[in-house]
Design a protein around this ligand. Structure first.
Ligand SMILES: NC(=O)c1ccc[n+]([C@@H]2O[C@H](COP(=O)([O-])OP(=O)(O)OC[C@H]3O[C@@H](n4cnc5c(N)ncnc54)[C@H](OP(=O)(O)O)[C@@H]3O)[C@@H](O)[C@H]2O)c1
Length: 235
């Protein structure tokens, strides 16, 4: 199952928590890694400095992305959670426009991104997203939730994309590859918790999983209660 020629990958937003886990998984998979991060964050990648190529700069800078994705078979992109001067949508657009024609493109976001009308959210989740979005607007003076716009553009693209929708995250040892479902609200996702290290694992594994092309999987920890309950039921 999957793309057999995955040699070189670009990680856009490599210096963040998710990004650093993805760097580690990609190196473990034997890939050559190019990381993009803001100039001031280069120090956060010190542990990998001799094993990866770093292209410094804002990830929504088209020239930075053009250089970074050249020759890459896959691109893993962290979509920054909340809008900061069209940072997410600018980043997504630059990757969509400039990645190699057949590259696998994997983007990260949260459950609040919805691809169709079949996601079902609890009132608590909806209220929390509304409050956080409102606060983000207030603090950063942005008008739209820019991650939503970024994903709208990705969903409309005919590229070989996957949008991985992360649940709430926590730190801790890996539980293995998260399980996923097409719609938020499906019982398997009820626990709403994934280890961040495993979110990164799912992103890197998606590069070579062709069944995830043009899918927006919502993920949850493999050992979370709701995933275990579903596995029990299946047995
Ligand atoms: N946190 C959660 O519970 C949660 C839940 C579901 C989904 N997700 C998704 O997971 C992904 C990463 O989330 P994370 O919590 O693990 O965070 P993270 O990895 O620390 O990522 C934050 C990223 O945003 C960049 N960033 C932060 N502030 C910025 C600014 N003002 N301008 C430009 N870039 C900025 C950081 O770059 P620097 O290193 O340069 O600062 C870093 O690459 C996102 O796609 C998010 O939607 C998170």
């Amino acid at each position: 199952m999957g793309t057999d020629r995955m040699r070189k990958v670009c990680i856009v937003g490599a210096s963040g928590k998710l990004g650093q886990y993805m760097v580690r998984h990609a190196l473990d998979s034997g890939y050559e890694v190019v990381g993009v991060c803001r100039e001031r964050s280069i120090g956060k990648l010190a542990a990998f400095a001799d094993r990866i190529t770093i292209v410094p700069g804002p990830t929504n800078d088209r020239e930075v992305i053009r250089r970074a994705v050249a020759g890459c078979d896959g691109v893993l992109t962290v979509l920054v959670p909340w809008g900061v001067q069209q940072y997410s949508s600018g980043t997504a657009q630059a990757v969509l426009d400039q990645a190699e024609p057949n590259a696998r493109l994997v983007f990260s976001c949260g459950w609040h991104i919805s691809r169709d009308s079949e996601d079902r959210y609890s009132w608590r989740f909806t209220v929390t997203v509304r409050i956080v979005t409102w606060l983000a607007r207030l603090v950063r003076a942005v008008e739209v939730d820019d991650q939503v716009e970024a994903c709208r553009r990705i969903f409309a693209s005919d590229r070989r994309w996957t949008v991985v929708r992360g649940s709430d995250l926590d730190e801790g040892e890996s539980q293995g590859l998260p399980v996923w479902s097409r719609h938020v609200g499906d019982p398997i996702l009820a626990s709403n918790l994934t280890r961040r290290v495993d979110f990164a694992l799912f992103m890197v594994a998606a590069l070579t999983d062709d069944t995830l092309i043009q899918e927006a999987p919502a993920i949850v920890g493999r050992r979370s209660p709701s995933a275990l309950a579903q596995a029990d039921e299946a047995r």
